[in-house]
Design a protein around this ligand. Structure first.
Ligand code: FE
Length: 336
């Protein structure tokens, strides 16, 4: 137990150093109920050892969700009506999010106050294996420049995908696994980037192939699933049993906004594995080198108003992705 704890303290300290934590900064470690208390205590100790002021902000709740539960019902949490906790988080320089605030209004409000946020909820073995580096940041930021200068994104695969995203007022979400920039959010582990089309600006067809991955289901497909897309919305999902199951999953949310096309981007982490046979929420598949990450659901992380709780991340391999006609991903390999 003690040895496990000190391994965590050591790794978390390396992460806090990557996040540029200095002794005159304040860290708030946010957790809920009993979920990831071991991480909370280790982050507190790691921050103390670096000489920073640190607060262990543990929200009491009757039903703390694990990360894999939270990811199926994003947006609402025990932070939603907690003004005192919100002001503590806004007064911090760095918040460690152990409860998965992603796609919540609270996260956006905390970022707007200048607090940088690091999400860390994956099992320790995955945090260790996919530990980020300054090189991962360079690679993601180099890709960000390519994406920022493009006006049209096209992706395709041999299964029949042929879809265009009009990149208008684009915000780009970079994820390289640490954050030293005020107000910036990141997720440890990661290694990819994503953006949104302008409203209504996605048309075509996406066909996921056998071997592509459904998240948060942590399921590798055995059959193709086809999505017809018109003006930024999925109008039809077709295929066999796996397509029906996916459609049923979405319909269970009883929220038409779940059919909106969400972010699009590609993976840049060479250490990430193409597998669902790992614990946690599937960051390996999301960040896998040369994937195309197709997604449905909310857009509030990108400045929109769709806060549906149904968010699907759909990493696909062996795709071609072009920016203004230039290949950046070719059959699942990065070209630049
Ligand atoms: Fe996503």
């Amino acid at each position: 137990m003690d040895r496990e704890h000190s391994k965590k303290v050591d790794l978390f300290q390396r992460e806090l150093i990557l996040c540029g934590l200095t002794p005159n900064e304040k860290v708030v470690v946010l957790s809920e109920g009993n979920a990831l208390r071991d991480y909370a205590l280790a982050f507190v100790e790691a921050a103390k050892q670096l000489g920073s002021e640190v607060e262990d902000l543990n929200l009491s709740t009757s039903e703390a969700l694990t990360a894999d539960e939270r990811i199926t019902q994003l947006g609402k949490s025990s932070l939603s009506d907690n003004k005192a906790a919100m002001s503590t988080l806004k007064a911090a320089d760095l918040a460690i999010d152990l409860m998965l605030l992603l796609f919540s209004k609270e996260q956006i409000e905390i970022q707007a106050s200048g607090t940088r946020i690091l999400l860390a909820v994956e099992p320790f073995e995955i945090l260790e294996r996919l530990f980020p580096s300054k090189e991962s940041r360079q690679r993601v930021e180099e890709s960000e420049k390519l994406l920022a200068s493009a006006t049209e994104l096209h992706f395709s695969n041999e299964e029949g995908t042929d879809v265009v995203y009009q990149l208008g007022n684009k915000q780009i979400l970079t994820e390289y696994g640490f954050t030293d920039t005020p107000g910036r959010w990141d997720h440890w582990p990661s290694g990819f980037l994503a953006t949104m089309a302008k409203p209504g600006g996605v048309d075509g067809r996406v066909v996921m192939a056998p071997g592509d991955i459904l998240l948060p289901q942590m399921k590798m497909l055995r059959e193709p699933i086809s999505f017809e897309i018109s003006e930024g919305r999925v109008t039809k999902i077709s295929g066999d049993a796996e397509a029906s199951a996916l459609n049923g999953y979405i319909q269970n949310y009883r929220d038409d906004r779940a059919y909106a096309v969400s972010h699009i981007g590609w993976g840049l982490n060479e250490d990430a594995q193409w597998t669902v046979d790992v614990p946690g929420i599937g960051m390996d598949a999301r960040a896998h080198w040369g994937n195309v990450l197709f997604s449905l659901g909310p857009d509030i992380e990108f400045g929109g108003t769709n806060d549906t709780q149904c968010h699907l991340d759909l990493p696909m391999k062996n795709c071609d992705l072009r920016l203004d006609g230039e290949l950046v991903v070719q059959k699942g390999s990065i070209t630049y």
